[in-house]
Design a protein around this ligand. Structure first.
Ligand code: V47
Length: 373
């Protein structure tokens, strides 16, 4: 058969067998997948896993992003969002201002608020708790997803309490899950060059595991397309998989496509569309215990994300209206799609759009679809 010949040529017949049988891939398999340039073949294999787990569904969420401060003392070379403490462009939203941002979206039927910020050493513990409370009061029905593991490391430091107590305080204030940011690439080499002041890989994983055990699920990301190598990426994926075996608390894996513009790494070319698709596919193939793989269309572009729906991704994130992490390095108009356009793009890609909430419960969007909105 032609397909067998393609697999033989790529040297991936044994991996394809494992994928069909639902068997776990090894680190060595992961390296071989990265070495393969037959992108459609990787997509074909990843799509087997995608359809086994999620059929032809493409999940999306209606959410609001809020960044409570851009001041950060972590100085990550890949970031264009932060300013240093004392920089006059720095801002901090107080709890009432955050609640006001939430109220501005009152007419939009969002189900999730996604809030993250810089690591701002001036903010006291109570600030974080008060912000959560203010948001929950402003929009009680919306799910609060907030603070990366890196922010949690800082918050625990100033709280001077065990993590479990910090999470208990936050849950009481309205926190329901954590986003997947701040993981970057689990590599001491990359960390020592690009984000040397941040919590290291094992800390990120330990905080994630602790959140899961406290009843707070999270996502997980990997930032690719800068100075990382394939060994480091395979290690990253296998460590996420290990923790997921222990806790089962990761909802989705999100490969994040690096945008070099206006960062200290602006001389790097950044990832290509081929790499974007390859990361989605290999993430889907390696992370057999992750229920979902998300293509974050704001960073991947809607066009690559449409294609990624056949390369392992079953989630396209949201109808994000304000995304600041990469906004200054990005044409703003690319961030805006109406709900109708967004759904049409999923249908055009041959998939079935399904609105979800943060925990992947299906939200009834029939009224919206009937209204053509
Ligand atoms: O932690 C920073 C990354 C992350 C750049 O959990 C950059 O549902 C690309 O984690 N180019 C924040 N990426 C975004 C994030 C996220 C996004 C969407 C959904 C979810 C989720 C999480 O963005 C940061 C960092 O890893 N980042 N700078 C950049 N120049």
């Amino acid at each position: 058969m032609v397909f067998d010949a393609i697999l033989e040529r790529a040297g991936l017949a044994d991996i394809s067998e494992k994928v069909r049988a639902g068997q776990r891939l090894s680190s060595d398999d992961g390296l071989r997948l990265y070495a393969c340039d037959d992108l459609p073949l990787l997509g074909y294999m990843a799509n087997i896993v995608r359809e086994r787990l999620n059929g032809d569904t493409t999940y999306y969420v209606r959410n609001q992003h809020i960044n409570y401060t851009n001041i950060c003392n972590k100085l990550c070379k890949f970031c264009s969002f932060y300013v240093k403490p004392k920089d006059e462009r720095g801002y901090v939203l107080n709890p009432e201002q955050v609640a006001q941002r939430v109220r501005e979206y009152a007419e939009i039927p969002i189900t999730e608020i996604h809030m993250v910020g810089g690591v701002n050493p001036k903010l006291p513990y109570d600030y974080y708790i008060d912000v959560l409370r203010a948001m929950k009061e402003a929009r009680p029905e919306a799910h609060l997803k907030a603070f990366t593991m890196i922010e949690i490391a800082q918050i625990q430091r100033i709280a001077k309490k065990p993590l479990e107590e910090v999470f208990a305080d936050m849950k009481a204030a309205g926190l329901e899950s954590l986003p997947g940011g701040g993981a970057e690439v689990f590599s001491d080499r990359v960390q020592s060059d690009l984000f040397w002041t941040k919590a290291d890989s094992e800390d990120w994983l330990a905080i994630a595991a602790s959140a899961h055990r406290s009843g707070l699920p999270s996502n997980a990301t990997m930032l690719y397309g800068h100075i990382e190598n394939t060994q480091e990426k395979v290690y990253h994926l296998t460590r996420l998989r290990d923790v997921q075996d222990d806790t089962g608390g990761f909802l989705a894996y999100i490969p994040l496509s690096f945008h070099p513009e206006r960062t200290e790494l602006a001389d790097l070319p950044g990832p290509t569309g081929c790499l974007d698709l390859k990361e989605v596919a290999i993430g889907r193939l390696m992370l057999d215990n992750f229920p979902h793989v998300k293509t974050f269309w704001i960073m991947n572009t809607i066009e690559i994300s449409q294609t990624a729906l056949w390369y392992g991704a079953d989630d396209i994130d949201g109808t994000v209206m304000d995304y600041e992490i990469t906004r200054r390095s990005y044409d703003e108009t690319q961030q805006r799609l109406t709900q109708r356009e967004f759904l049409d793009r999923i249908v055009e890609a041959g998939r079935r759009p399904v609105e979800r909430d943060t925990l992947y419960n299906v939200v009834d969007d029939s009224a919206l679809v009937a209204a053509g909105g």
